[in-house]
Design a protein around this ligand. Structure first.
Ligand code: ZN
Ligand code: ZN
Length: 354
């Protein structure tokens, strides 16, 4: 294949063929399309969303928006190998990451700038029938990709995708430097939020139940670490909920200070009990849900490039593609200080995952 020529034929892909079943399938290489690029995927990050898709518990599966078989993968990095019509050829050869939201661009929500919430959106590898990045090649609109800065490793750059969500939360909170921040949870989103708050020179405390995760948050700039029971009351102007736990309700409203903003980033699997709505009135709290973000990926890449966010502190291990199954099993294990697992797709040859 010469540089820039769009490949044809079939390619290997990692697919959830049924709940709990991960296999390597041969699928067609996507056809060229105007405005789109073809990326040779190098690395794939896996997160809780992927785990819930694999086991079939994702709300998108139960609501019928997403069906098995699912080609997953929404956190990825790779190299542009070909471009479709009306895309500048100089993108070929660039290392890129990408935003997973594919929106209609026409509806009221899109025209209001909320592309991440378009009711007709696809989320690459997550929502709807657009296949994700768990394949040799990924086709994606050129408008969705961002060039990885020189000096940032591709395996690290894929953290820009969850980092967009965290930046979106801080933006939604209109967080000012110096305002006390509480981060609930020590998964990837929680530990990214700790680092973003520390980079803003805001005092940030972490609240969680995993001792290893709490220790890691302290290493990444948290001022103090608390269990949910011990966390101080009325203490934080910005509360970032990144556990997705349905048991966190009473903690949210208790720790938030006067005129505090509560940002719900985690997605609980069921309605949350014990949210004290009276506290919203008496303390003047505001609650916002955060699903991804808009136009924040360049800033996310910049934070990784300048070292404000440390990918090595978050990535536990890079698995070979034959270890993909093992990576998903590992995701379910508690007590991991480094929450992010990555799969190296460079050897994706059509072999069975282990
Ligand atoms: Zn994710
Ligand atoms: Zn729309």
């Amino acid at each position: 294949m010469s540089a820039g020529q769009w490949p044809a034929g079939t390619m290997p892909a990692l697919v959830f063929t049924a709940p709990g079943v991960l296999s390597v399938e041969r699928v067609p290489v996507p056809e060229p399309a105007a405005g789109e690029v073809l990326v040779r995927v190098a690395y794939l990050g896996i997160c809780g969303t992927d785990v819930h898709l694999l086991d079939g518990s994702s709300a998108y599966v139960s609501s019928g928006l997403t069906h098995f078989p699912i080609r997953f993968g929404h956190e990825w990095a790779g190299e542009v190998v070909a471009v479709g019509p009306s895309v500048p050829a100089d993108l070929v050869g660039e290392r890129v990451v990408g935003e997973p939201f594919l929106s209609c661009g026409q509806c009221l929500t899109c025209r209001g700038g909320h592309y991440n919430l378009c009711p007709d959106r696809y989320e690459l590898g997550v929502r709807g029938a657009v296949p994700g990045a768990a394949a040799r090649y990924l086709r994606i609109p050129a408008a969705n990709v961002h060039v990885v800065p020189a000096g940032v490793e591709s395996a690290h750059a894929l953290l820009a995708e969850p980092l967009v969500t965290v930046l979106s939360a801080f933006e939604e909170a209109a967080a000012q430097p110096g305002e006390p921040v509480a981060v609930l949870g020590t998964g990837t989103l929680g530990l990214l939020a700790v680092q973003v708050a520390a980079a803003m020179r805001s005092p940030v405390d972490v609240i969680g139940i995993d001792p290893e995760g709490l220790k890691m948050a302290l290493r990444l700039g948290a001022r103090a670490a608390w269990t949910p029971q011990d966390a101080p009351s009325d203490a934080y102007q910005v509360v970032i909920e990144a556990t997705g736990s349905a048991a966190i309700g009473p903690v949210l409203t208790r720790v938030a200070g006067i005129a505090g903003r509560v940002l719900q980033v985690g997605i609980p699997g069921r309605p949350v009990d014990g949210v004290d709505l009276a506290a919203f009135v008496t303390k003047g709290l505001r609650l916002s849900g955060v699903l991804g973000g808009v136009d924040l990926m360049p800033r996310a890449l910049h934070l990784i490039a300048d070292g404000a966010v440390s990918p090595t502190a978050l990535i536990e291990r890079v698995f070979p593609v034959a270890g993909a199954r093992e990576a998903f099993d590992r995701m379910r294990e508690a007590g991991r200080a480094r929450p992010k697992l990555v799969i190296d797709l460079s050897e994706l040859q059509g072999e069975e995952p282990g």
